[in-house]
Design a binder for this molecule. Structure first.
Ligand code: G6P
Length: 479
């Protein structure tokens, strides 16, 4: 017999918390809401636990569409919109969210961990920072309360990223019975950089994280930096365990997805834009695909390409730099300026070297996943040169998808370098001349070496696919 209580969902056994959830809504002029499902490692990772596990994903409402959806659904979007997953979307006041997300997470913590400050003038930790910090605390508290509310006795809670660094400590106080993991998808700053933060804030962040039972990082380098920060600021980690889980590419999904009709259409259009060289054969391609984040180093990548064309005229007319730079965090002026700088430099190179039948840089700035996969397929060279990056999945995806194998020019500052470095051509991301030489070497690589390296790259790239990445963390937490 069905008791009255069974209508109330039991507390969740597995909980995921992240700022950006697996679904977002846009609000049409006529008041209709359109749901868009997100992708990424966490979405495919969570699917590994199977539909029978009582799981919930707690995330923030990010825009007006999301807020309206929360109002209409009481914060629980329809399973049809979320791929069947239970989602709890938090309507944190827009002003609080903006201060926490743009003010602290993206303008302070992201800058610290990627070491992006121009230190003669920034950062400035004054009254404005303190007001934003109070919002960051309130936003973390809202997540901790929602998780405490949703979790079954002894549940496993997996908290994601720098947005939610205080959640483990807060949740531990509210619910001592649950198991808590925190995973950082970014690099972690070394102590001398991390300690730019005001001492009390640095301490609060680390103590917040140490409220977890397990802390996960993408590479040993970032895990070691975290431990070193704890040693410098707190005198140690107090016994909290760290683990390294190098998120890999999802080969099955990528290979299937990249052979669908929409990708074939984009491939034909790109081939048209790239054209053929003086000898009639298709031009070589140097492909990069990034969200336009300040850490991706797109401008120096273009400078290196310009230097290649200047130093080695034999490549003119024979190569095209296919650069996709998709919008990211456009609320922040410094991101908008960076996006504009990328566009200007691409135009300059095209004006300087372009000819009637040859566009040296093909730049696209409108996000299009199918077109990204098309570019992956035709890549001869993949350029991944971030000044600092937690992992960089593009470096892992291109060798898996490329039709004829590709040479990978890879920054030693990308987390992916820990696993892919041996089969890649390594660059110092600040060294534009060195990067130009690496591009020449990559373009000149003979077919046999390229095939052999691509095979090794693809094997390393797929060593820990998203489902196993997620399950390994869950097992370490609950096992
Ligand atoms: C990058 C980082 C992730 C982070 C995400 C947030 O992809 O690698 O660690 O969670 O940015 O991006 P968003 O667009 O939500 O600010």
């Amino acid at each position: 017999m069905v008791s009255e209580r069974s209508a109330v969902p039991a507390g969740a056994e597995v909980l995921v918390a992240s700022n950006r959830g697996p679904v977002s809504y846009s609000l049409g002029e006529d008041g209709t809401l359109t749901a868009k499902r997100g992708g990424g490692g966490l979405v495919s990772g969570l699917s590994a636990i199977g539909p029978d596990t009582n799981a919930v994903w707690v995330c923030a409402a990010l825009g007006d569409g999301d807020r309206e959806a929360v109002r209409r659904t009481g914060g629980a979007p329809a399973p049809g919109d979320t791929g069947g997953r239970r989602v709890r979307m938090l309507d944190i006041p827009a002003e609080v969210h903006a201060q926490a997300y743009n003010g602290i997470a993206n303008s302070v913590l992201w800058f610290v961990h990627h070491m992006l400050y121009q230190t003669p003038l920034e950062p400035v930790f004054g009254a404005e920072f303190r007001a934003q910090w109070a919002s960051y605390e309130a936003y973390n508290r809202a997540f901790a309360r929602a998780l405490a509310d949703e979790a079954a006795e002894g549940a496993a809670v997996l908290v994601q990223d720098y947005h939610l660094a205080l959640v483990p400590g807060m949740l531990r106080t509210l619910r001592p019975d649950v198991r808590i993991a925190h995973f950082s998808h970014t690099p972690w700053a070394p102590p001398e950089y991390f300690r730019m933060l005001p001492d009390d804030v640095a301490e609060q962040l680390l103590r917040g994280m140490l409220g977890a039972d397990r802390l996960g990082f993408l590479t040993h380098r970032w895990a070691d930096a975290f431990t070193a920060c704890c040693a410098a600021v707190l005198g140690g980690t107090g016994g909290t365990g760290t683990g390294v889980y190098g998120l890999g590419a999802d080969a099955g999904f990528l290979r299937e997805r990249s052979h669908r009709a929409d990708v074939a259409d984009r491939l034909a259009a790109l081939r048209e834009q790239i054209g053929t060289g003086p000898d009639g054969s298709p031009r070589r391609t140097i492909v990069r695909v990034d969200r336009t984040e300040l850490s991706k180093n797109i401008v120096r990548g273009l400078l290196a390409y310009r230097q290649l064309l200047a130093d080695r005229p034999s490549w003119r007319e024979r190569v095209v730099h296919v650069a996709f730079a998709y919008p990211s965090r456009q609320d922040l002026a410094v991101y908008r300026d960076y996006t504009a700088a990328v566009g200007r430099l691409a135009d300059e190179i095209n004006a300087e070297y372009g000819t009637a039948g040859w566009t040296p840089v093909v730049l696209h700035v409108k996000d299009d996943f199918a077109r990204s996969l098309a570019a992956y397929r035709l890549a001869d060279v993949a350029l991944v040169n971030p000044i600092r990056d937690g992992m960089n999945l593009v470096a892992k995806e291109i060798p898996v998808v490329s039709d004829h194998g590709c040479a990978l020019v890879l920054s030693r500052e990308a987390g992916a370098h820990e696993e892919l470095g041996a089969a890649a051509i390594t660059v110092n991301p600040y060294d534009v001349s060195g990067t130009a030489e690496a591009l020449h070497e990559a373009l000149s690589m003979d077919a046999a070496e390229r095939a052999e390296r691509t095979e090794r790259l693809a094997a390393a790239a797929t060593a820990l696919p998203p489902d196993r990445w997620f399950l390994a963390q869950l097992r370490a937490l609950t096992g």
